[in-house]
Design a binder for this molecule. Sequence first.
Ligand SMILES: [Zn+2]
Length: 287
Amino acid sequence: MLVSATEMLKKAKEGHYAVGHFNINNLEWTKAILQTAQELNSPVILGVSEGAGKYMTGFATVAAMVKAMDKSLGITVPVALHLDHGSFEGCYKCIEAGFTSVMFDGSHYDIEENVAKTKELVSVAHHLGLSIEAEVGGIGGEEDGVVSTGECADPEECKRVADLGVDMLAAGIGNIHGKYPANWEGLRFDVLDNIQAKTGAMPLVLHGGTGIPDDMIAKAISLGVSKINVNTECQLVFADATRGYIEAGKDQEGKGFDPRKLLAPGFEAIKAKTKEKMELFGSVGKA
Ligand SMILES: [Zn+2]
């Protein structure tokens, strides 16, 4: 059931668990994540980056596919279709295309411009029933060409943006996109604690979930994180499973080259990874 992310995140914050945001790239990804959410009776957020939207021939295609699949699979758990790290123009495109949630990433603007643009989009999104995520501080690493050095968010700036009425707030706390380097110093729980103290009931978002140890995830949830983004991990298990299939020569046996067979191990790997994350985040049975 396609809905905005507002209610599911409010419930998650109150219930001290987190909803998983899983990025989608194609039909297999979408189907694997939707089916797993339904099997586990878990709310879920399907994230679409601007790059993935372009790859799938546009946000209208993505929205049409997700809506139709939600219906044809008989999905009854709450599903939000969410733009990930959207530009100002990208947010308008997704609102028009029928997304139920958007993230405006204005973290590369100075705080005044970030606030002004976020404020305008909050008003448009809420008028049309969508939820909206904003970002303060940088999340390090690179995601679909968006490069950031990673800078811890200023709790006062977080409060300013939270007060604009956003539904969820991403704040840099030492997290990065992609794989973490060996010398990574871990999440800055002192910063997270200060942000939560300033923003109260606001659901906080942890980007760059890949490679953060499970105990840090649990601690982040206890300090107010209610949405956790997972992208790279699904890509890694999909690639591994597909390579295993080909290296075992299975594509050469019978009709093993049929794309439905070739992509099946990767599909199952995404399902297993999604299940593992939903269990870790505590969202199972919370639909
Ligand atoms: Zn992110």
